[in-house]
Structures are given as structure tokens and as C-alpha cells.
Design a protein around this ligand. Structure first.
Ligand SMILES: Nc1ncnc2c1ncn2[C@@H]1O[C@H](COP(=O)(O)OP(=O)(O)OP(=O)(O)O)[C@@H](O)[C@H]1O
Length: 696
């Protein structure tokens, strides 16, 4: 299906491109296309077959598959396309050059149906030098006050004092091994103090009756204890383990948070409300330490940690226990209200109207759950920017929450300074609407992928830039949580930048070794990692890593691997199969191996129809080593952004880099193309999702 046909279809069906993509990516065309092979005549839908096997009473998922269905062959050459003209049309650009320009193991795909990737996410851990932290604090407070035309002294109202309080604690798992704060999942196997919630206690009870399902929660003695997750899918379709009856109860109790799972884009209720209080807390810590001119003080950190946990609870949706929430000071809450109202009043009172400063160029770049993004020109110097007009307040939404969401996103985005992060310049208010001004980037990655013009080297370059952008976020304690093609924009010179920090979350504060887990399902289904559906709380870094893998897959194949990562999805089920474990429960909770070289995910050379190979055989062979670990089902075994960058293939990617200062207000930064690849140019009419929609 060509782009225009796809979009017309989309329009006819009154769907967004993204949801269309998601639906189509998993049509019946997928499995057979992957399996067509001259040498092995398979006339069944393998995914269905695999699903059947998974539902049967076999000892293990791998043993459940009949031997004759195991394809072990060089699958690429024998691919047979029998869709005639339509298919030929589809394989015109770089896909047509697969045999010559891409690694041999990549199989052609028989359909041109592109998935419109929907992505999400934010935020990183913070182990930053004190100097850098102080600088961040000063930059943030100053830029925030400036952007709102606040007097400098006003920024002090932005930070709150924490209240010391006792809390019941629970040990939490971490996701990887290693104590080095600069490396990977730094907090692995550390104990983390978090207030207990009702839900976690319920699950603790359940888990204690089924010790073989315990995972990833390490006590001082190094023994795993338990964690919370719900497993309705595994029960319904995968597991044959009698102990799973216990899990039925857990599912019954813990599925309240699984909402809107059929929709492509998930609610951001919790994440939006997280950001402001968390970022205030984050800077409060630096403010505190700076003010007292003393080095890291564990005592103050504990108090701060507790305060962070309190403010974090504010962000969770109604199902979360209020045991810790209730101890949050009423004063603190009203302080916060006061500040938000004051900030809002200040924006409202501003005479810096958007219509006076920017001319609307009547081009819609994109539209999402957060609002509409348009092209504008600054009156002062005729420079072009992207203007994000936030959606209006919903009827049922309180004014406070609405303002908080908008300001949170702005606070985070405007603080980030990196060549691979889109610069946010200012926030403005006019006629009851709030606007954000962003650096303009000529293309979005979704449109570039849809153009079918990208060469392999260019894809790799953009992929490495994406990893670098995420590394920057993770290094400062922030996870994005909504990474997707649509949230990557690209400049004319081929520099990729991340946008949309509406779902981002802080996972780590300076001077704290504690991992702050995220909760809630945010983002877009195809990019979500499996644990997001199964765990009540999860490490948001691992979610970002998974989304990076899905984005790479989408760039290479121009389609989604599945609709969502749940075992009721046949494609995802096939991906989970053949891994030598009895149930999905075990798959998603497998702890990290002590010895990384012992990594085992069931990968088998030559198998193309199930397990990791289900995706890998569609990707360049050189990417397999790291992509296995990126798309690792267990978040505890999944790799980290630093390790991705250490991979030989990734290290060897020639990536375009910005040298000097980035951003529209700076003198033009130099861009170094470290290879001889070129970056695709596409007609501006097709350069953004918004304009694609307008064309149809
Ligand atoms: N700085 C920019 N330059 C060019 N295009 C942009 C820019 N920012 C956003 N866009 C376009 O607008 C689209 C929507 O932007 P954004 O993701 O910020 O909106 P949103 O409402 O938060 O979307 P979502 O539903 O994903 O939350 C992007 O996919 C992109 O195509």
C-alpha cells in the first residue's frame, strides 16, 4: 500500500496514521510473509501455530513447537513475493537494494504497509558532578524565571523544603548489576526505601505463597524477595503452571491500573502530574546542598528521598494506596498550589502575546494528545519556529492539574540542553491558551520512514543519535517514556532531536542511589515494553531501551513488529516462544545473570519463526548481538544505554554530530558528517505527520 493509499485509507476510516499503522502492522500479512520460503514449504500461519502450541500443555514453550516447523535456513534469498505489481511498487527505494547494500540476512517484507510508529517517554538517572548540578540549578531557576518574566528572586518559591518523616519501607528490586553510578542500571541490588502501598502489600502476600515467581527484588542477603505485577495474559494463554492459580488472585486484585489497553495512545494522567513536583524536588536538593555549602549529607538525602517519594505518590492514579500520600504535608500541598497559581497568573498577565511575537504560517506540523504543533515565524528576525498550542482544559480536569501538566512539561523541556534534544525557548499565554515555542526541525522521523527513501547508513546514523539523546536523559536521571518515531524530529542536515516530554519521569535524584520506579501505562502500544503491562511499577529506563529497539525495527522494516507486547498478540507470542521457559511469567521476570557472558534468551542460529529470531532475522546481522539485549523481554536482563554504546556495531556507526553550541539562537553550529552517507530530503508537504494528514 502506498503512502497516499495508506493515508486515504486512514482518512476513510477516520483514524490517525498512527493507529492505522498499528492495526495494519499486525494484519495476517505479517507471519506468512516472513515464512514464505522456497526450500521449506510452510503453508500455515506460523504465528497461529505457535499460539496453539503456547496454549497447549507442554513442559516448555520451546518444546511445544513441532520439530518440522523449525525453519533453519538462510531465509532471505528464497523469499517469494507473489503479490505482483503492487509489491514491486513497494520495494522501489532502499528496500529494493537490500541484497546489495544491506547485510544478507535481512529478508524482504512482502507488504508496504507502514506502521506509523507511535512512541513515547522521559527521564534519567542523575549522577552528576556537584558543579554541573549547581549550574543546572542556576540555569533552570534563571531560565524559568526569565521565561515567565518573573523577578529572579521569584525562583526561590519554586523549591520546597522537605518534611522529615518515618515511613514503612519495602525493598525494591533494581534492574541490573553493578554499583557504579555512572554505569548502566547503577542501583542494581541496592536496597531502596519506598513507602509501602496497599497494592504492593497485597501482592507481597500473594507472592509469598508462590516463591518460584519471585523475581528481581534483592534483600541484604542477596536473596530475591518479591515485586508486584499482574499477569492476566499469561494466565489466559501461556501458562500451564498450576501455581498460576495464585496469580489469578493477583491479577484480579492488580489489574485496576491496566486501563485503555486497547487504545494506541495511553493516558498520561500520572506522568503529567509527576513532573512539576519532581523537578522542583530535584532542584530543591541541589539548592539545599548549595545553600549549606556542604558535601553530600546522607541524612538530608534520606529526608529528601522520602519527600520525593511523597511527591511521587501524588502523581499516581487513584488505585495507589495513600498510605504515604496522606503524610504529605497539607502545607506543602497548598504551597504548591500557591506557586502554580502564581506562575499561571504571571503567564496570564504577560503582555508578551504570542500573536505579537510570532506570525502564524498556517502549517500544521502535527497534532497529538497534548495539543497542536504549528509553524510560526518570529516577527523580530523572521526565524522559523514550531509553536505547540496546548489543548484546552478538559471539562473534568481541574484548573490546577491542567496548568501543572503544561508547566511540568515546559520546566523539563526547557532545562534540557543537548544537540539531540529539541530546544524549548519560551512559554506564552493568549486568549486562555498556553503556547510553547520550540526549535523547528524540518522532518519528523515518522515521515522520513514513510518516505521509504532512507539508506541503511542514514538509518544507523539516526539510530545512534537517538541513543545519544536517550543517554543524555538517562545520565541526568530522566526517562522519556514516550519514545517513538513521531517524537523524533530531524533537521535538514540530519540531526535527530527528541521532543515531547509530557510523559517523562525522574528515576533518580542527585546524590541518591535509590531508583524511583515509574507506574502507569503511558505512550503508544507498539512501543511499550511488556513489563509496563505486567508490573505495577517498573524501571522507566528499561522502557526507553525497549522503545529504542522498536524504533530501530520500524526504521529498518517500516512496520511494527506487533500491535502491543501482550501474549494475546500472535506476533508477540511468537517472539516469546522457543525460549525454554514454562510460562510468560518466568520470561518477563528472569533476573539478570551474574555473568553477562552467560546471556541466554533462547536465540538459535537460523531459526526465523519464533523466539528472538522472529524479529532478529529481519534486522541486519551485525545488529543482532545488541538488539537481542535491547529487545529482551525481562526488564532485569535488558541492556542499558551505556552498554548499547559499547557494542562494536554501534561504536562503528558513523554518526553526524553537532560541534559547538546547538539551538536556533546560537551561531550556526557546525555539523560533522563522520561518514559519507547522505541524509534524506523530502518535500515539506510530506515532512511531518500533520502535513501528511493535510495532504489527504
Ligand atoms: N520542534 C518541532 N519541529 C518540527 N515538528 C515538530 C516539532 N515538535 C513537534 N512537531 C510535530 O508535531 C507532532 C506532535 O508533537 P508533540 O509530540 O509534541 O505533540 P503531542 O500532542 O505531545 O503528541 P502526543 O500525542 O504524542 O503526546 C510531532 O510528531 C511532530 O511531527
Amino acid at each position: 500500500m502506498s503512502l497516499s493509499r495508506l493515508l486515504r485509507y486512514n482518512q476513510r476510516n477516520n483514524k490517525t496514521t498512527a493507529s492505522l499503522t498499528a492495526e495494519h502492522a499486525f494484519s495476517d500479512e505479517w507471519a506468512p510473509s516472513a515464512l514464505l520460503n522456497d526450500s521449506v514449504n510452510i503453508d500455515i500461519n506460523m504465528a497461529a501455530k505457535t499460539g496453539e502450541a503456547l496454549n497447549g500443555s507442554y513442559n516448555s514453550v520451546s518444546s511445544s513447537l513441532p520439530e518440522q516447523n523449525m525453519l533453519r535456513t538462510g531465509c532471505t534469498k528464497s523469499f517469494q513475493d507473489d503479490e505482483g505489481v503492487e509489491l514491486q511498487k513497494l520495494t522501489t527505494c532502499w528496500m529494493a537494494k537490500i541484497d546489495t547494500e544491506m547485510p544478507e540476512n535481512i529478508s524482504k517484507i512482502d507488504s508496504n504497509i507502514i506502521s506509523s510508529p507511535v512512541v513515547s517517554q522521559v527521564e534519567a538517572r542523575f549522577i552528576v558532578p556537584r558543579d554541573k548540578l549547581r549550574k543546572n540549578y542556576v540555569d533552570f531557576a534563571t531560565s524559568f524565571a526569565n521565561s515567565l518574566s518573573l523577578p529572579k528572586s521569584y525562583s526561590k518559591f519554586f523549591f520546597f523544603a522537605s518534611k522529615k518523616s518515618k515511613s514503612i519501607t519495602k525493598k525494591h528490586q533494581s534492574s541490573d548489576v553493578g554499583d557504579c553510578p555512572d554505569d548502566d542500571h547503577f542501583s542494581a541490588r541496592n536496597d531502596h526505601d519506598l513507602p509501602i502501598t496497599t497494592t504492593t502489600m497485597v501482592c507481597d502476600e500473594i507472592a509469598s505463597t508462590s516463591p518460584q515467581h519471585e523475581y528481581g527484588v534483592y534483600g541484604q542477603d542477596g536473596v530475591c524477595t518479591t515485586h508486584v505485577y499482574s499477569l492476566e495474559d499469561s494466565i489466559s494463554s501461556l501458562s500451564t503452571n498450576p501455581l498460576d492459580d495464585t496469580y489469578s488472585e493477583a491479577v484480579h486484585i492488580n489489574t485496576r491500573h491496566i486501563e485503555n489497553t486497547e487504545s494506541t495512545t495511553h493516558s498520561r494522567k500520572s506522568s503529567y502530574t509527576t513532573s512539576l513536583s519532581n523537578i522542583k524536588r530535584l532542584f530543591k536538593i541541589s539548592s539545599f546542598n548549595n545553600h549549606n555549602n556542604k558535601l553530600y549529607d546522607p541524612a538530608s538525602t534520606i529526608a529528601d528521598d522520602y519527600a520525593i517519594a511523597s511527591s511521587l505518590n501524588e502523581t499516581t492514579s487513584s488505585y495507589v494506596s495513600t498510605a504515604s500520600f496522606s503524610v504529605m504535608s497539607e502545607n506543602e500541598d497548598s504551597d504548591r498550589d500557591h506557586v502554580i497559581q502564581a506562575l499561571y497568573s504571571n503567564i496570564e498577565a504577560s503582555t508578551d502575546l504570542v500573536s505579537k511575537k510570532y506570525k502564524d504560517l498556517n502549517v500544521v506540523l502535527g497534532e497529538g494528545s497534548g495539543g497542536k504543533v504549528k509553524l510560526v515565524q518570529r516577527v523580530l528576525d523572521n526565524k522559523v519556529y514550531a509553536l505547540k498550542e496546548y489543548r484546552s482544559k478538559k471539562k473534568k480536569e481541574s484548573e490546577r492539574n491542567y496548568i501543572k501538566k503544561v508547566i511540568s512539561e515546559y520546566c523539563i523541556a526547557s532545562t534540557l540542553k543537548n544537540p539531540n534534544i529539541c530546544e524549548t525557548l519560551e512559554i506564552l499565554y493568549e486568549d486562555g491558551k498556553i503556547f510553547q515555542i520550540l526549535e523547528y526541525c524540518e522532518y519528523d522521523l515518522f515521515a522520513l520512514v514513510m518516505s521509504e527513501k532512507m539508506q541503511y547508513d542514514e538509518i544507523c546514523c539516526l539510530f545512534k543519535q537517538l541513543i545519544n539523546g536517550v543517554k543524555y536523559l538517562h545520565d541526568i536521571g530522566l526517562s522519556h517514556r514516550d519514545l517513538k518515531l513521531d517524537n523524533c524530529v530531524v533537521t535538514r542536515k540530519g540531526i535527530l532531536k527528541l521532543i515531547d516530554f509530557g510523559a517523562s519521569s525522574v528515576f533518580h535524584y542527585p546524590f541518591s542511589s535509590r531508583l524511583i520506579e515509574a507506574n502507569g501505562i503511558v505512550g503508544s502500544d507498539p512501543y511499550l515494553s511488556p513489563e509496563v503491562f505486567y508490573f505495577e511499577e517498573y524501571d522507566p529506563r528499561a522502557l526507553d531501551i525497549w522503545s529504542i529497539g522498536i524504533i530501530f525495527f520500524c526504521m529498518i522494516t517500516r512496520r511494527f513488529p506487533w500491535k502491543y507486547p501482550k501474549v494475546k498478540d500472535d506476533q508477540f507470542k511468537a517472539f516469546c516462544s522457543g525460549r525454554g521457559v514454562p510460562s510468560f511469567n518466568e520470561l518477563v521476570t528472569r533476573p539478570a545473570a551474574d555473568d553477562e557472558n552467560q546471556y541466554d534468551d533462547g536465540y538459535e542460529e537460523g531459526v526465523i519463526d519464533m523466539g528472538p529470531n522472529f524479529l532478529l532475522h529481519r534486522l541486519p546481522e551485525e545488529s543482532h548481538t545488541i538488539m537481542r539485549r535491547v529487545l529482551e523481554i525481562s526488564p532485569f536482563k535488558r541492556t542499558t544505554v551505556n552498554k548499547i554504546l559499547q557494542d562494536d556495531w554501534v561504536k562503528g556507526i558513523e554518526m553526524c554530530q553537532v560541534v559547538g553550541l546547538a539551538g536556533p539562537d546560537e551561531a550556526s553550529p557546525e555539523i560533522i558528517n563522520n561518514g559519507d552517507h547522505i541524509h534524506t530530503s523530502i518535500d515539506q508537504r510530506y515532512a511531518h505527520i500533520g502535513s501528511l494528514h493535510q495532504q489527504t
